[in-house]
Design a protein around this ligand. Structure first.
Ligand SMILES: Cc1cc2nc3c(=O)[nH]c(=O)nc-3n(C[C@H](O)[C@H](O)[C@H](O)COP(=O)(O)O)c2cc1C
Length: 193
């Protein structure tokens, strides 16, 4: 079957898409085949110089529990807030939805492409995965928060010095009605030169 990129339904998705709150996402999560599609959509993003400046870590089941412990321990180690309610809540952070994909921005030096552009490509990967998940019938939430900047979490994920966590992408089913969120005023954002 030939591919026809003309797709009014996609424009509708782009104009109406919403995130769900990660903690309200529930089972079922994507099947293996759907997960592969979501990841492939993440790889099909603008990438100046063909550098593939991103990696995707799939975190499900036991790996979510383990990462929760890593975040919990790192928070105790790196803050003065050990024992607080917030500290407790970080343990459940990675498991709040059926599926977590962590997008790592990993710039390459193989070509003289500005790092900024390579970081943007990682952002595009995040958004493509969210859109793919949404188009399949799930909802998603792109979060960062404290764990994205923790040296302990970075070490446990075996990140390299220049790696950045571009996003924790939580994906799952959503059974509630989504409320609209205020959007910027068109004229505040757009200037016709
Ligand atoms: C890089 C990045 C990090 C984000 N981190 C958080 C976060 O930690 N917590 C949060 O509530 N929203 C965060 N957001 C915003 C949500 O992903 C989402 O955009 C927001 O809830 C609005 O929903 P919408 O996607 O329907 O506009 C982040 C967005 C981006 C692009």
């Amino acid at each position: 079957m030939s591919f026809n990129p003309k797709s009014p339904g996609t424009v509708d998705l782009l104009l109406r898409r919403r995130s769900a709150k990660a903690r309200r996402l529930c089972e079922p999560g994507p099947s293996e085949q759907e997960l592969t599609q979501i990841l492939q959509a993440g790889m099909r993003v603008p990438d100046h110089g063909k550098l593939t400046p991103w990696q995707f870590l799939v975190v499900r089941g036991e790996a979510q529990t383990k990462l929760g412990q890593v975040i919990y321990d790192a928070y105790a180690e790196e803050t003065d807030d050990a024992g607080s309610e917030k500290h407790q809540s970080w343990r459940a952070y990675p498991a709040q939805a059926p599926l977590l994909i962590i997008t790592i921005s990993r710039p390459s030096e193989a070509r003289p492409i500005p790092k900024w552009e390579q970081r943007l490509s990682a952002g595009a990967a995040c958004q493509n995965m969210i859109l793919a998940a949404t188009a399949i019938g799930y909802l998603a939430n792109w979060l960062t928060g404290w764990p994205a900047y923790s040296p302990g979490v970075r070490a446990a994920l075996e990140l390299e010095a220049d790696d950045r966590i571009a996003g924790f992408l939580f994906i799952g089913s959503y059974k509630e009605k989504l409320k609209e969120r205020p959007r910027p005023d068109f004229d505040d954002v757009v200037k016709f030169l």
